[in-house]
Write a protein that binds this ligand. Sequence first.
Ligand code: ADP
Ligand code: MG
Length: 239
Amino acid sequence: MTANIEIRNVSKQFGAMTVLDDLSLSIRAREFIVFLGPSGCGKSTLLRMIAGLETVDGGEIAINGERIDHLPPGKRGIAMVFQSYALYPHMTVRDNMAFGLDNIGVARDVIDARIAEAARILEMPQLLDRKPGQLSGGQRQRVAIGRAIVKEPKAFLFDEPLSNLDAALRTRTRIELAQLHQRLQSTMIFVTHDQVEAMTLADRIVVMNNRRIEQIGSPMEIYERPATKFVAGFVGAPA
Ligand code: ADP
Ligand code: MG
């Protein structure tokens, strides 16, 4: 399952502050797209608007041709993985993964099969009966990804999922995410302020700054032909 996502003339205000200003972007089916920009430029807000966790103040968002900006998060067919993992501490890994599916009436045997498959993909069947407090940071991150996989979403949204991991684990998880994308062939949107993560993961990078998109292109295009001074400074060759 996969999705193309159209973002048309989207704006967002928090009080008097405009956070996103008339922003448009077409995300292709099966694409691994990275939103890259400095802290505070609106990456998370844009991702949360796609997920349905923030309202859209102007413009519209469509998935596979259908407007979704008025649908609740659970009806959009997408799954989000948070930087903080957002696991329920009192539930086992298995129950954490089952939680969102129970709610929408997926049959128990289907849930069990999906959990077994996700645990196999993420190489963590031995963790299913533990609770989050008994897991390392890296293991919690896998559970958070597993919880997204079992929803069989059309698109995965990742908000800085590697930033709480140490350097070695960050590299390993980055490779695993690339493999997961190969395997699932889902659309993936990945938010980061880290240029190296963006360059190594992305089919295309959306460079954001100051409420706007500065440039959209492949890592090579962005690196070799930066469209603005900001992009050149942010992504370009080290000083
Ligand atoms: P990024 O993810 O790129 O670091 P964010 O999307 O989190 O940026 O934030 C963009 C801007 O919007 C920042 O100035 C931030 O302080 C502000 N902001 C984000 N969420 C809220 C909110 N719920 N209420 C008020 N301001 C917010
Ligand atoms: Mg953010």
